[in-house]
Design a protein around this ligand. Structure first.
Ligand SMILES: Cc1ncc(COP(=O)(O)O)c(C=O)c1O
Length: 376
């Protein structure tokens, strides 16, 4: 596609090898295309509960402010985050979603001639961010499908790829789209061993879904590893994906660099107040976590009944092996009013990624799947 572009020769060369990020199909679009009324979207790992009441109220109370620029420093949100996380406000960088933060990190630490490392099947934005600044990606082989931790990050393999040119290592924990998880001890050992001039980006977009009792608070690692950046988001468990708020927590000097490159006013005023309110609503997070746990089980049971393989997940989604006809099954599911996510862009063409929905939505997906797989 990009080679047919009239302006290819004018673009920064690595851009020509990129493809636009493919989002989950919006409900409106499917409604327009197929004229369907009842549509279930399980394609973008959003919170099926919708925004919390606390968030709705905060947004309503701020509608009048939208004619003004937002607080470009995000004072109140940073204050709330610093209190919640036990870090200082100068360690926080806000982003227009955590995608924005990942992009800013690439712009600060990567360029032509530098290398970054990430795992095969890791979140696709690492590849886009790396290539768009002309850096070289070294992609570590993931665990083999038949191994324990199948498709997950193999940290030994990632360590093996370190060279004197390595500037950044991206780790998604949990990873999307595989739902795999690296236990904290092994992860910390890996970070400890890396040379201190390598920036380690620990992307924890789905951390709120993990079992909180056994969870290690990785923000405490920042004291020991000043080269660590933790990124998180309000798009998943906090339920405000549409408002685009994410953040990084890091050493203040790293935050200082990120803030130099960050676009002015990159987080909008409704996003700022919504995120601040969302942080206070513990009950909603707990409810979301519990709903997700049950939903994962419901989907796993359903897939097993249909004799379909899947990758056990700790996120709010599961990747499901439907075989060679995955593209066909995806289209047939659309005709049944169910939107899931094909992940051939991740070189997993036999898989469809399914986000956990409400129990009734999960049931609709499972019934549609049962119907569709009979006819392919
Ligand atoms: C692993 C991972 N990191 C980061 C993001 C970015 O999310 P957002 O930009 O909405 O914060 C996503 C979104 O799907 C993700 O799966």
């Amino acid at each position: 596609m990009s080679t047919e572009n009239l302006f290819c020769d004018l673009a920064f060369e690595p851009i020509n090898g990129l493809f636009p990020y493919q989002p989950g199909k919006p409900i409106d679009e499917l409604q327009r295309e197929l004229g369907l009324k009842n549509i279930v979207k399980l394609a973008s790992n959003e919170n099926p509960l919708g925004p919390s009441e606390v968030v709705k109220k905060a947004i309503q109370g701020s509608i009048e402010d939208v004619s003004l620029y937002p607080d470009g420093n995000g004072f109140y949100l940073k204050k709330a985050l610093s209190e919640k996380l036990g870090v200082t406000t100068d360690m926080i960088t806000l982003g227009n979603g955590s995608n924005d933060v990942l992009d800013v990190i690439a712009r600060v630490f990567l360029t032509t001639g530098r290398e970054c490392i990430y795992s095969e099947y890791a979140f696709v934005v690492y590849a886009i961010a790396t290539q768009s600044v002309g850096a070289t990606a070294r992609v570590a082989k993931a665990y083999l499908p038949e191994e324990v931790g199948a498709y997950g990050h193999d940290l030994n393999e990632m360590e093996r790829l370190v060279t004197e040119k390595t500037s950044v290592v991206f780790i998604a924990n949990p990873n999307n789209p595989t739902g795999t998880w690296i236990e904290s001890e092994g992860l910390e050992r890996f970070i400890k061993k890396l040379p201190k001039h390598i920036i380690v980006v620990l992307d924890e977009a789905y951390c709120e879904y993990l079992d909180q009792q056994s969870l290690v608070d990785t923000t405490k690692w920042l004291q020991k590893y000043p080269n660590l950046i933790i990124t998180r988001t309000f798009s998943k468990a906090y339920g405000i994906a549409g408002l685009r708020v994410g953040y990084a927590v890091s050493h203040p000097d790293i935050a200082d660099l990120l803030n130099r490159v960050r676009h002015p006013f990159n987080v909008n005023s409704l996003g700022l107040v919504a995120a601040e309110a969302a942080l206070q609503d513990e009950e909603y997070i707990e409810k979301s976590r519990e709903l997700n746990k049950q939903g994962l089980q419901q989907l796993a049971n359903g897939f097993e009944k249909l004799s379909l393989g899947y990758i056990p997940s700790v996120g709010n989604f599961i990747s499901l092996n439907v075989g060679e006809k995955a593209a066909d099954i995806y289209t047939k599911l659309l005709h049944e009013g169910v939107i899931v996510r094909p992940i051939s862009a991740y070189k997993m063409p036999q898989y469809l990624r399914v986000s956990v929905g409400l129990p009734a939505e999960n049931e609709i997906l499972l019934s549609a799947l049962a119907k569709v797989i009979q006819h392919v």
